[in-house]
Design a binder for this molecule. Sequence first.
Ligand code: ARG
Ligand code: ZN
Length: 435
Amino acid sequence: MWYMGHWLVVVAAVVVATVAALPANIPENLQPLIGHQVWEVSSERGEAVLWNLVTEGHIDVLDHSGTTRKFRVAGKDADKVAGTLRTANLTHSVIIRDLALFLKEEEGPVERRADISRSCTTTSCPVPSKDAYMTFKEIEYYLKHIGNNNPRVELRSLGKSHEGRDIWLVHIKPVTSKRVGARIAFSHMRKRAIWIEGGIHARERISPAVTLLLIDHFLNDFPQDKPFDIYIVPMANPDGYVYTWTNDRLWRKNRRNNAGSCEGVDLNRNWDAHWGVGASTQTCSEVYRGPSPFSEPETKVLSEEMTRLNNQLNFDLVLSIHNYGQVLLYPYGWTTNPAPHTEDMKKKGNVFLKAAKAHAGTVYTMVNTAGGFYYAAGATDDWAKEKLGTRYVYTLELRDKGRYGFTLPANQILSTATEVWQGLDMMINAIAPEK
Ligand code: ARG
Ligand code: ZN
């Protein structure tokens, strides 16, 4: 959600803009949002009504924590949604009159794109950006750069997205040469393995930004006295990500052509784990589950590689990174029945919360997905828990709590990443104590 303090500015802008600001003045990737509004209802009673509207593709719920629900309504759906709310005796307030105008104001200074000439040349990008969101091309430059230059990195494409982009996997191998005797010591220890996935939802730009900085962190300052194999997918949904730059800043799904009026599958509803629960059968819905489990090349290649690696290495931790809400979620999302090792997950989750807060005071909370957030299956986390049997599985919703939401200002990238790696370092240590 977006900061309400801008409301007056936006209303004023709308008055002028409806006459003066023709679509040409609105950046391309905000144009689909012209006439979209953000509404709010009180949550408890509204939940079921909103859920029907979500599955039918009429609204996009933006906020899942707190006592209200905020959602986006397209101009064409406004009458229908207002009618449904009225019938259910729910009153709504309009929080943002026009999202395109609102985000146009916000995005200029706070979410500028990376300056290619400054942070990347056309052939290399040696560090991930800490203060600007990188384009997919820039991300690839960086990944190829470390893949070619860092002996601890193995970069592999797991396969192609619908539109033919690579799904990159970064394997960070344990340190073996830096410390005397480390190789020998490691050979006697069980190998530890971690899987981190970012960018499965296109609009959650802070997710790949943080995930890329985690790669940098694990390579340069993660204190490794244990043999960790760290596998990181910084960009699970490249087509959707590119689409947020070119066409629609708030695009969430992938870019499957559904041969109908709406494109895209929600990749975090497409995994083969209680597929269908908390998801939609309608292509226009933001939570469309796809035609079948693992129908999407993106989820298919991820799950195949995870299965293959897990058979060899037995993951200690699987983490899927999203935003927003500042919540650490533990499975399941499909049922409130407790998952195996729930107490362990909570205990180590608390280690994360505490260490993350120590950096900049950012408060993350921890809840069970189905119990405290919402029911939804077919996600990375439930699949890893059930099909791989991983003990520690989480979905992490990064900053913020709604002021900027998906358009988190780029000047928060570094501090968000820092609190995450501080949390993760402590958590990883707690998961794999001295042997
Ligand atoms: N915001 C995430 C999503 O909607 C949360 C996923 C949590 N996990 C789950 N199984 N529902 O995809
Ligand atoms: Zn997400």
